[in-house]
Design a binder for this molecule. Sequence first.
Ligand code: GLU
Length: 276
Amino acid sequence: MRGRALLAACLMLVTTAAACGDETAPADSLVARAVGSNKLTIGIRFDQPGLSKRTIDGRYVGFDVDVAKYVASELGVDEDHITWHDSKPSTRETDITSGITDLMVATYSITEKRKQMVAFAGPYFDTGQDLLVRLRSTDITGPENLNGRKLCAVGGTTSAEQVRDKFAQAVQLVEYPRYQDCVTALLAGQVDAVTTDDVILAGYVAQNPELLRVVGKRFSQEKYGVGLRKGDNEGRAAVARAIQKMISSGDWLASLNRNIGPSGYRIPPPPQVTEQ
Ligand code: GLU
């Protein structure tokens, strides 16, 4: 049975039985909304090259965009019926809890703290935090030798939190709402380094290879999950199945090779989908 038809069948059955997995679908579950309205609003970023970017001619491209489209299509919603929402890192939780977005596919690390507010399906990608510096800053080899220097991070991210927890004495943390602001400040010489996940940083290097480089020494582990409303177990299971299928079908790797490969980033093996 095709995905959409299966979902429709499940929806008819959930009124009488826990037919689609071990949990019933609450009326406002992601699955019910997708089938009922044939529409989804998905939170991404509009300014992260390789991961999710709105092009000048209004298209959305990148690995996160592909993951979002794949999941939506498995829920029976084709890409023409997706509304893309530009979610700032610091508003990801409230964009989900307020119902502005149905799903969040925005380099969103699964953390225990966030799990108190939202649910995650995944992970769908393993990465880690690193530093972006100007090509000529050869003396910066890791966060420990940023003493007295300015480090840019984006508010509401695990990257900023990690700097505050571990390196706050040594570095001057500058916080901006978006990565593109940090990169502009770095290029203008207003900060000495930018920190976040290396896969995000690789996208900015690809745009300015003659000016920027990634230091190449990870100092955290990040696992990206798809965020959705807490308590929607049916929705989480459906999204996890879609991620698993994207990985096993080869579409996951093809998307990474197409979107992330050109930056020279080493594509990691697919993660085990544990949040399901
Ligand atoms: N993955 C980290 C987080 O979710 C940092 C990158 C980002 O802003 O998405 O906070």
